[in-house]
Design a protein around this ligand. Structure first.
Ligand code: TXA
Ligand code: MG
Length: 343
């Protein structure tokens, strides 16, 4: 199929809406990452998303709405806690898991009795949803297993010829996917850290549990609450290893590995520059927002360099944006972490 490239002007948005309304697939910008959208009411259109991405059938999709007020008409009754979250963080990078209404086909929820719903803040995303006249099911617009796309070129790289259109909305500001929180149990459970931090969630809700899969490799046979968390994800072609410990020990360790690349903090660039073939800085040591913004583009860049090993420095754990950065890199690394020398 020939993919149409659309600009984010009135004509482009209206064309995207038209294609979606008629069952087509469109790559759309959001503030987190680009999404691959289809009419969430149209089972056939939704099936095509899985084909275009090469996505496993058991991994459910997020339903995107144009305005926070669209939640109740879509899902029926909304809990007080969910209302509080929507008031605080929508439009924005937060996905809430809620009971699935009958209007949403099983293809969207991958057979689960729940769905994820999100109202993005990106003006183009909201305009496209409005123009289509329906809620849009949309996973990240990468080929399955690749890092999520944070720029138009990334989507083109992965999906050219496989989707009806891609709309260019520039670079995504947040850079990692939305936070996913399960609101169907007594206690809210964080399933995926993202653009809204654990600290922000706890400020609004009080207690929030953190699902095991956020910080640990899954043991086979365990029940998976967010099916997407069980796949090796966000992964460049070369194996990724997280290196903890002293920067000089890191320089020495990486120096012994041929054809290696390292992802590091700005403060460490000078000490690490000589030790490897390629070095990529993704932010200051205390600036997890900058790291989130730059992370996936850096992982994609490593792919173009044909390096044999990738090493990454990660921020210290906390309840802010660093949780999302650590989670994505741990998943890219298959939770492979090595501690060197002293801290
Ligand atoms: O920021 C984002 O969320 C982006 C943009 C496009 O909105 N979308 C995105 O979608 O990251 P995707 O499909 O790549 O990730 C959705 C995650 C997966 O881990 C999936 O398993 C989980 O949300 N998820 C979706 N529906 C769920 C449900 N009903 N129960 C539990 N987890 C669910
Ligand atoms: Mg994804």
């Amino acid at each position: 199929m020939k993919t149409e490239y659309l600009r984010n002007d009135a004509a482009g948005i209206s064309r995207a809406g038209e294609i979606l309304h008629h069952g087509g697939l469109v790559g759309i910008p959001t503030e987190t990452v680009y999404g691959l959208a289809a009419n969430a009411f149209d089972a056939e259109a939704v099936k095509n998303i899985f084909v275009a991405k090469g996505r496993p059938q058991d991994n459910p999709l997020i339903v995107h709405i144009a305005s926070p007020e669209d939640l109740e008409p879509l899902v029926g009754q909304v809990s007080e806690a969910a209302k509080k979250l929507a008031d605080a963080f929508w439009p924005g990078p937060l996905t809430m898991i809620v009971p699935k209404p009958d209007s949403i086909p099983n293809e969207v929820s991958a057979g689960l009795s729940t769905i994820g719903v999100r109202c993005p803040s990106h003006p183009d995303a909201r305009a496209i949803i409005r123009a289509s006249g329906v809620p849009l099911a949309a996973p990240s617009a990468n080929r399955s297993g690749r890092p999520s796309p944070t720029d138009f070129d990334h989507v083109r790289e992965d999906l050219d010829g496989r989707v009806d259109a891609i709309l260019d909305g520039g670079v995504c500001t947040v850079g990692v996917e939305s936070t996913v929180i399960d609101m169907t149990e007594e206690l809210p459970v964080l399933l995926r850290p993202g653009g809204i931090t654990l600290r922000q969630l706890r400020d609004v809700l009080g207690e929030v549990e953190v699902d095991e899969a956020v910080t640990r490799a899954l043991t086979p046979g365990r029940r998976v609450r967010a099916p997407g968390m069980k796949y090796r994800h966000y992964a460049p072609k070369a194996p990724v290893t997280i290196l903890d410990g002293d920067v000089l020990a890191v320089a020495e360790y990486v120096g012994r590995i041929p054809n290696a690349a390292i992802l590091c903090f700005a403060e460490e660039a000078e000490a690490l520059r000589g030790c490897c073939k390629h070095l990529e800085v993704y932010g200051g040591k205390a600036d997890a927002e900058a790291m989130a913004h730059a992370l996936f583009a850096a992982l994609r860049k490593f792919d173009t360099l044909a390096v044999d090993a990738i090493f990454a420095r990660v921020p210290n754990a906390g309840d802010g944006m660093e949780l999302a950065v650590i989670n994505r890199l741990e998943k890219a690394a298959g939770f492979e972490r090595v501690t060197l020398g002293g801290e």
